[in-house]
Design a protein around this ligand. Structure first.
Ligand code: NDP
Ligand code: OXD
Length: 314
C-alpha cells in the first residue's frame, strides 16, 4: 500500500522520513517519484499542485498537513475521498500560546515599553487595566478557538466567542449567527480571529466589522488579532482603520498574499505585530504520528476522525 505526499512550499524530506519510520509497511512516494497510481491508498497534502491527486482509483483518504483545509479546494480535480484535518494537542497548544502572547502584548502595552527602552525612558505613568476589565471576543469556537478562550478566561480576561452553531462553554459567553456577531463585536476590546476560510467567512474582517467593535475600551480603540487565514481579512480596510483610529493596533500571522510583500503598508505601523504564518506550525513528529495513527486505525476497520464537511468547507 502506498501513500502519496504532495506538498508545496515545505521540504517533503522530513515528512517522508517521519512517515516511513511510523508506517514501515507502507511505501511513501511523492508526485515526482510516483509510478503506480493504483497502489496509492492515502494522500497527504499541503497546498498540493492542482491535479496532483487526480487519477488515484484506490484513494481512501486525503490528509491535510494543516488544521485548515482551504488550501485544497482550489484544485478542480480534487478527488471525492474523505478529507481529514489535523486535530492535535501540539498544534492546538502552539496556537493558544500565540494568542495569549499577542493578547498580553497589547494588554500590557509592550510596544510602548519597547519604545521607552530604546530611549532609556523610565515612565510608569499609564494605568494598567485588569484583565477582568478587558473584553476579548473570539471568532471561531472550534478546536483552536475553544482552547484559546478557556486559557484567556483562566488568565482573567472577560471572554466571549462566536461560532456558526450554538455552543455552551463554562465561563465563556457563547454567541452564534448574524445577531450573535453584532453582540460579540459590541462587547469586544480585543478581537481574535480563529475562523477557517470558507465562502462564508472570506473577507469577514472588514471595515463594517471594525466599525462595530466596542468603543471606549481600555486601550483607546479596539485591537485585531488574526491567525485564521489571510483571506479572512481585507488589508486595505485594516490600514484605513488603523489610520482613522477605528483600530488601535493589530497582530497578524496570516496575510492576503504570503509572504507579505515588502511593499505592504502593514510593515510600517509600529502598533502592528507581524509573524510569518507560524502561530501554530505543523510539527512533523506530532502530525506524522497523528496521520499514521488514523491510517492504522482505518486499516483495523475503525472510522476516520476529524473528517471535513465539504459542504460547509471546514
Ligand atoms: P474548527 O473547524 O475546529 O473550528 C472552526 C470554528 O469556526 C467553529 O467554531 C465553527 O463554528 C466556526 N465557523 C466556521 N464557519 C463559520 C461561520 N460562517 N460563522 C461563524 N462561525 C463559523 O477549526 P480549528 O479551530 O481547528 O482551526 C481554525 C482555523 O485556524 C483553521 O481552519 C486554519 O485556517 C487556522 N489555523 C492557522 C494556523 C496558523 O499557524 N496561523 C495553524 C492552524 C490553523 P461551529 O463550531 O458552529 O462549527
Ligand atoms: C494550518 C496552518 O492550517 O498552519 O494548520 O495554517
Amino acid at each position: 500500500m502506498s501513500i502519496l505526499l504532495a506538498v508545496t512550499g515545505w521540504d517533503p524530506g522530513v515528512w517522508v522520513q517521519r512517515m516511513r519510520a511510523l508506517l514501515p509497511d507502507h511505501r511513501i512516494t511523492t508526485p515526482e517519484t510516483l509510478q503506480d497510481r493504483a497502489a496509492i491508498r492515502y494522500a497527504v497534502s499541503w497546498r498540493h499542485a492542482p491535479g496532483a491527486l487526480a487519477d488515484l482509483p484506490n484513494l481512501q483518504a486525503i490528509f491535510s498537513l494543516g488544521a485548515g483545509v482551504d488550501h485544497m479546494f482550489g484544485d478542480p480535480q480534487l478527488p471525492e475521498a474523505p478529507i481529514v484535518r489535523i486535530v492535535d494537542p501540539d498544534l492546538r497548544d502552539r496556537m493558544s500560546e500565540w494568542v495569549m502572547l499577542h493578547t498580553l502584548l497589547h494588554h500590557r502595552q509592550q510596544r510602548r515599553y519597547d519604545r521607552q527602552k530604546l530611549q532609556r525612558i523610565w515612565d510608569d505613568d499609564e494605568s494598567q487595566p485588569a484583565a477582568r476589565d478587558v473584553r476579548v471576543g473570539i471568532l471561531g469556537l472550534g478546536v483552536l478557538g475553544q482552547d484559546a478562550a478557556r486559557k484567556l478566561s483562566m488568565m482573567g480576561f472577560d471572554v466571549a466567542g462566536w461560532s456558526r452553531s450554538p455552543h455552551r462553554i463554562e465561563g465563556i459567553a457563547c454567541l452564534h449567527g448574524g445577531e450573535g456577531l453584532d453582540a460579540l463585536l459590541a462587547r469586544t476590546d480585543i478581537l481574535v480571529c480563529l475562523l477557517p476560510l470558507t465562502t462564508r467567512t472570506r473577507a469577514i474582517l472588514n471595515a463594517s466589522v471594525f466599525a462595530r467593535l466596542a468603543k471606549g475600551g481600555r486601550f483607546g480603540g479596539p485591537v485585531l488579532i488574526n491567525a485564521g487565514r489571510g483571506a479572512l481579512q481585507v488589508e486595505a480596510d485594516i490600514v484605513a482603520a488603523l489610520d482613522s483610529g477605528v483600530l488601535k493596533a493589530a497582530s497578524l500571522d496570516v496575510f492576503e498574499t504570503e509572504p507579505l510583500p515588502a511593499t505592504s503598508p502593514l510593515w510600517t505601523y509600529p502598533n502592528v505585530f507581524i509573524t510569518p504564518h507560524n502561530a501554530a506550525i505543523s510539527e512533523p513528529s506530532a502530525v506524522a504520528a497523528y496521520i499514521a495513527g488514523q491510517i492504522l486505525s482505518l486499516e483495523r476497520g475503525q472510522q476516520l476522525e476529524n473528517v471535513v464537511d465539504r459542504t460547509r468547507g471546514y
